[in-house]
Write a protein that binds this ligand. Structure first.
Ligand SMILES: Cc1ncc(COP(=O)(O)O)c(C=O)c1O
Length: 483
């Protein structure tokens, strides 16, 4: 078909800068309005499976549509199927904050459209990232060996799952003198974590060829923290069986109950046995911006790698996961591949960082822009304030639970997650949670602790204030009364 029959030669298919400006303003207005009204929307989407797809046209448009129609359809077709993670009444899982500066930084990254796989494909993309990651080492009180000016360095990954996979791969290669990259795994390498460790490690063990059979889930104590004595016993038993222990993941703030593994004791065991120690502080790492919470990760100087997700509690919207290693050479040697078409002078000079060697994928977004904006907008003081407020609110909520005879706390509350339950048993807790979530007034999720269904109130949405937590408690009590 002659293309001229489809499109007039004068009319470009693309948005002009002027059109982009107009529609861009409309989108920013839409987001600002959304931010103003999100508090009043039902938090958990109330649609049924398939409902959103059924409302969409069966086939794509043959001819392009006007932008107004696209934006209208966000309200009409998409919003009903959105669970509002940015609602101050969102208390589920762990938070995932999209702050104003984060959104705008991300928009600029999209506008620049940079793909920063190599230093030379956008030096600013690499150098800003290195700089912000070094800032964060100081901001979070992390060991200086993680600095790029030292032997380590940091990189922004998409998620904590990718970070732990990279750590495990580097540990595997270090332990086999870089032979398993060539030969594959021998089925004898063993990794350790607690029974409460995030499932992403299990996935990493599958992908890295360690095998889930060789992932040991070590017992926890009454606070759901890894027991160092049980870890030692397991390592010794594996060594006696002719296996090769290589890696331990300690968690600072488990997903289920926010338990804090004893990093110092685990780190000593790792040193003694020459094991890689990865510290996963996905959500709780943000709290380390406040010096008074850093005792929760005492011993972090023993870590070989560390990860936290600013997209959870710091406001650098998804995805943004900061990963540091103490020895960048080990990571780079594990993941580096240099095909001819990527060769360039800067790389050959050895004077630059090429972040493509620091993670799984080749291409990479300009994620540091949003993180830079967030840190500069709030400042260290502002970020500390956000954390302290959420921790204060969680402690207050825990106090209300303690005082109500119908409820009990199910785990310690070191920071901003409260695990609690109604004493009426699993069915009662399930009913309370289902009714609350169906009401749209708030959204909370559950876990199982010691075999019992437990409600989790995770306080970390940036706009959650005292009145939202008070209202949540009122609603929880109301539903308990209805039982
Ligand atoms: C402790 C911990 N580790 C890892 C993860 C996985 O996070 P991501 O979605 O960044 O892979 C989570 C998610 O909540 C988590 O809480």
């Amino acid at each position: 078909m002659n293309p001229k029959t489809l499109v007039s030669e004068e009319k470009s298919l693309h948005m002009t800068p002027e059109e982009f400006r107009r529609y861009g303003h409309a989108v920013v207005d839409w987001i600002a309005d959304y931010q103003s009204r999100v508090e009043n929307l039902p938090v958990l989407s109330q649609v049924k499976p398939g409902e959103i797809r059924a409302s969409l046209p069966a086939t794509p448009p043959a001819k392009g549509e006007g932008f107004d129609a696209l934006l209208n359809d966000i309200d009409r077709l998409i919003l009903p199927g959105v669970t509002h993670w940015q609602s101050p009444n969102f208390f589920a899982y762990f938070p995932c904050n999209a702050s104003g500066p984060g959104i705008l930084g991300d928009l600029l990254a999209s506008g620049l459209g940079v793909q920063g796989m190599l230093w030379s494909t956008s030096p600013a993309c690499t150098e800003l990232e290195t700089h912000v990651m070094d800032w964060l080492v100081g901001m979070l009180g992390l060991p200086e060996k993680f600095l790029s000016s030292d032997v380590g360095g940091g990189v922004i990954q998409d998620t904590a799952s990718s970070a732990v996979l990279c750590a495990l791969l580097a540990a595997r290669e270090g332990a086999t003198e870089y032979a398993s990259n060539k030969q594959g795994c021998n089925g004898k390498l063993v990794a350790y974590a607690s029974t409460q460790t995030h499932s992403s490690l299990e996935k990493a063990a599958m992908i890295a060829g360690i095998g889930t059979q060789n992932l040991r889930l070590v017992e926890v104590d009454e606070k759901f923290a890894m027991r160092p004595d049980a870890l030692t016993k397991q390592i010794e038993a594996d060594k006696r069986s002719g296996l090769t222990p290589i890696f331990v993941c300690a968690t600072v703030g488990t997903t289920s109950s926010n338990a804090m593994d004893p990093v110092a004791a685990i780190g000593e065991i790792c040193r003694k046995n020459n094991l890689w120690l990865h510290v996963d502080a996905a959500m709780s790492g943000t709290a380390m911006v406040c010096p008074e919470f850093r005792h929760l990760q005492n011993g972090v100087e023993l870590a070989d790698s560390y990860n936290f997700n600013p997209h959870k509690w710091m406001g650098a919207n998804f995805d943004c996961s900061c990963f540091w290693v103490a020895d960048r050479k080990a990571l780079i040697q594990t993941l580096s591949i240099l095909p001819e078409y990527l060769r360039n002078q800067a790389t050959e000079s050895g004077a630059v960082i090429d972040y493509r060697d620091w993670h799984i994928q080749l291409g990479r977004r300009f994620r540091s822009l949003k993180l830079w904006f967030v840190i500069r907008h709030y400042g260290v003081d502002g970020l500390q304030h956000n954390v302290r407020e959420h921790v204060r609110l969680a402690q207050e909520f825990a106090g209300w639970v303690r005082k109500d005879d119908r409820f009990e706390l199910a785990a310690p509350v070191p920071l901003n997650l409260v695990c609690f339950r109604h004493k009426g048993g699993d069915a009662a807790n399930q009913a309370i949670m289902d009714r609350l979530n169906r009401s749209g007034d708030l959204f909370l999720t559950h876990t199982k602790l010691n075999g019992k269904l437990t409600l989790r109130l995770s306080i970390g949405q940036m706009h959650t204030k005292t009145r939202h937590v008070e209202r949540a408690w009122e609603r929880i009590k109301e539903e308990a009364t209805q039982l």
